[in-house]
Design a protein. Sequence first.
Length: 185
Amino acid sequence: MGNRLSKIATRTGDNGTTGLGDGSRVGKDSLRVHAMGDVDELNSHIGLLLCEELPAALREELVSIQHDLFDLGGELCIPGYTLITEVHVGRLDTLLEKYNADLPPLKDFILPAGSRAAALAHVCRTICRRAERAIVTLGNSEKLNDNPRQYMNRLSDLMFVLSRVLNRFAGGSDVLWEKERKREV
């Protein structure tokens, strides 16, 4: 897929455009480039999460997700191309069931806090939601496959569940939002 980059500083983007995988050029502020950038940012933050101590199985699953996100970026980069399929979305559904199975039911809202790994998973969740919104916005103006949007929706749910799992892995639990907490003003 695509040519290998042998030269990084090409200067072809100096005019505010960038090349897509189909050879066309678009503005760096286009909806498509925004979506690609948000997916790339999410992938980078998952890489940061992978710097933490994690269960081995989860580490491997996150690396697979990074590969999926790279493919998703490729799909966004080549209008009309399909790389993310129902199989990818189904794999996230399976992971959601797996990791949610042993968690206690939520009765309160939780704060994005706890262990460093859990907090990083929350950051990934929020970036994922932004990337999902960018994909939805792009899909409202151009034809897109449904699977990338569905994948991002499932992945943000998974990152929420993983934040809860990672707090327990670190010996803690959810950090609950306290409605009646006294706030100093």
